[in-house]
Design a binder for this molecule. Structure first.
Ligand SMILES: Cc1cc2nc3c(=O)[nH]c(=O)nc-3n(C[C@H](O)[C@H](O)[C@H](O)COP(=O)(O)OP(=O)(O)OC[C@H]3O[C@@H](n4cnc5c(N)ncnc54)[C@H](O)[C@@H]3O)c2cc1C
Length: 463
């Protein structure tokens, strides 16, 4: 897991990380600088969540009220900017559609999220909001070229008539739920998506925050937080790092899969969030799928997904499929936080994935096909929902984590809502209540079958 927390050696290098090491990146930023002794706010983790928090804190919206200027805000990153899930993902920014509806309303005992129909509608509406806000920020700062923004449609491919029939039935139930709320599908039943270089977007957001003339915002990479003191002191809490300690009034953990490390053994957050590893690949298309013949949509296939980027096609499969295809055991993925190695079985599967999925792929020249493969670690929660809000009984400590492998469509609204909470103590009224971190939520139990069943068999009722 990103090397710094456990002595596992250097992390594997993703396509996004490999293509972002030039002078314009924030690699090594602040690594040699001295840490301040105090800060108003410390953000731990510089993935997309930490970067969005820094961005919104530096650009408070009017509705937050009177936010004091000149605050000291420090971002501490244990490894490099976006070196966690953000810099290792599939680059697929697709708001969830009606297809997520069954998992949202299924009971928690059966591995679902167990929310009401109304809350499910609110959650899916929130993902649409997330999509629109991401592109709005990119366009507001003219970052389209820098982050290589591409907007289009996502195509879902069904493997059999039965699967298609099930999907149509789910769609019927979804339309019914919308009608009960007096709504119609906001996307017009067209499934939008974008891809953009999220590592570059994270970098640009942090640069905008650091350039703030309103507050003093600084970023320190290579600075793992070892622990956060448990005091209730009104003067703040101590954030202990390998390079010194900062006393902060407010601390926001944007540490996703790594969050359990910062809590004691008997704390519910030690097990509520758990890691799961996934392997991805970069495929250089054959000329049959290049230029005017390049893929015009991103795809969700029965056994994987892909997103076209200017550098090629990023392809991945979920753990469930890797396991069922015999690429590895459940334990190779679930509960595993090692991003330093890849699995030979997954690599072999990825090597033939596009050729066996796309009709007319053609013969691959040397250098075409799978050119790079890597692993990344996702932060899952036992109730399948992101976990955002104040940590109970820990004054001034907040969390935004547990994006269940789908953070491109949830991290923006989570960071925005948490900024409002940190600055004026209120929740955005559109924010899904089901995402809020509360003591009763932390009492939820892992369903029968544990983490493995949550990831590989959530659709099947308990035996
Ligand atoms: C292989 C893979 C494929 C994915 N594909 C998609 C996809 O196609 N679409 C989609 O929507 N989502 C996808 N996701 C999920 C998405 O990438 C995440 O939900 C999102 O990036 C989470 O962002 P984050 O900033 O919260 O967490 P992260 O990006 O994991 O950032 C956490 C940061 O905190 C730092 N950190 C942790 N602990 C400490 C500490 N103690 N001290 C200092 N720093 C610390 C880490 O180094 C890391 O940089 C995928 C994830 C993976 C791994």
């Amino acid at each position: 897991m990103s090397g710094f927390l456990e002595a596992q050696g250097p992390s594997s290098v993703s396509h996004w990380i490999a293509s972002n090491r030039g002078p314009g990146s924030l690699h090594n930023h602040g690594k040699e600088d001295s840490l301040p002794e105090t800060a108003d706010i410390v953000i731990v983790g510089a993935g997309i969540s930490g970067a969005l928090l820094a961005y919104y804190l530096a650009n408070p919206e009017e509705r937050y009220g009177d936010v004091p200027k000149g605050r000291t805000i420090v971002v501490l990153e244990g490894a490099e900017v976006a070196s966690g899930a953000t810099g290792r993902n599939g680059g697929h920014f697709a708001p969830a559609t009606f297809m997520s509806y069954p998992n949202l309303i299924r009971s928690r005992a059966d591995g679902g999220a167990g929310v009401s129909k109304r809350e499910a509608v609110r959650i899916l509406r929130n993902e649409w909001d997330n999509y629109e806000r991401n592109t709005a920020v990119i366009k507001l700062h003219n970052l389209q070229d820098k982050v290589e923004l591409w907007q289009g449609r996502v195509m879902t491919v069904y493997g059999s008539e039965d699967e298609l029939r099930d999907a149509l039935e789910t769609h019927r139930q979804w339309e019914e739920a919308l009608a009960e709320e007096g709504l119609s599908d906001w996307s017009g039943n067209k499934f939008y998506t974008d891809t953009h270089e999220v590592l570059k977007f994270t970098t640009e957001l942090l640069k905008l925050a650091i350039a703030s003339e309103r507050d003093h915002i600084s970023l320190f990479t290579g600075t793992p937080v070892i622990d956060v003191s448990e005091t209730q002191a009104s003067s703040g809490q101590d954030v202990r790092t390998n390079r010194g300690t900062i006393r902060a009034k407010q601390i926001i953990l944007c540490t996703n899969a790594h969050t359990p490390h910062l809590f004691p053994e008997d704390h519910p957050l030690k097990t509520f969030i758990f890691p799961s590893r996934q392997q991805m690949g970069l495929v250089t298309p054959t000329t049959s799928f290049a230029g005017t013949r390049a893929l015009q949509t991103t795809y969700g296939f029965p056994k994987g997904y892909c997103a076209t980027t200017s550098g090629g096609i990023v392809v991945g499969l979920g753990e469930r499929v890797y396991v069922s295809e015999g690429c590895g055991s459940a334990e190779d993925f679930i509960g595993n936080s090692d991003d330093t190695t890849v699995l030979p079985g997954c690599t072999e599967y990825l090597e033939s994935f596009m050729a066996s999925t796309m009709i007319g792929w053609g013969e691959q020249a040397l250098g075409e096909g799978l050119t790079r493969t890597w692993t990344g670690v996702k932060g899952h929660t036992i109730d399948r929902l992101p976990l955002v809000g104040p940590v109970p009984d820990r004054k001034g400590l907040f969390l935004s984590a547990g994006f269940n492998g789908h953070g491109m469509s949830t991290t923006h609204t989570c960071a925005r809502a948490l900024t409002q909470l940190v600055l004026n103590g209120t929740w955005d009224q559109d924010f899904p209540e089901a995402y809020i971190l509360s003591p009763p939520r932390l009492e939820r139990q892992l369903p029968e079958g544990g983490y493995v069943r949550l990831i590989t068999g959530a659709h099947e009722p308990a035996a």
